[in-house]
Design a protein. Structure first.
Length: 116
């Protein structure tokens, strides 16, 4: 099992920045990628960004150039730096960890609200 705890959400004005963090614990040696998804009210959960341990990074088109995903190996943490935030970025952000073999784990989510 892998446990994930997100932090760093909050309320920010459009154009502002927030930094989300996801701390992993448990069988982290079985994880080969971590990323972020988000879900806005009335909408399906959507992909935001992923970082694989092989070094591959992928962003959703909607966040390219504004969001940066990074990893702190020593702390088993993955971060999401979000700049130039827009009201359309308002959502609950979920951390995801993928085990080798395909099993997925999710955090409890953290709310990000961007006011206009």
């Amino acid at each position: 099992q892998v446990q994930l705890v997100e932090s760093g959400g909050g309320l920010v004005r459009a154009g502002g920045s927030l930094r989300l963090s996801c701390a992993a614990s448990g069988r982290t040696n079985t994880v080969d990628a971590m990323g972020w998804f988000r879900q806005a009210p009335g909408r399906e959960r959507e992909f935001v960004a992923v970082l694989s341990w092989s070094g591959t990074i992928v962003y959703a088109d909607s966040v390219k150039g504004r969001f940066t995903i990074s990893r702190d190996n020593a702390k088993n943490t993955v971060n999401l730096q979000m700049n130039s935030l827009k009201p359309g970025d308002t959502a609950v952000y979920y951390c995801n960890a993928r085990q080798t073999g395909g099993a997925d784990y999710w955090g409890q989510g953290t709310q990000v609200t961007v006011s206009s």
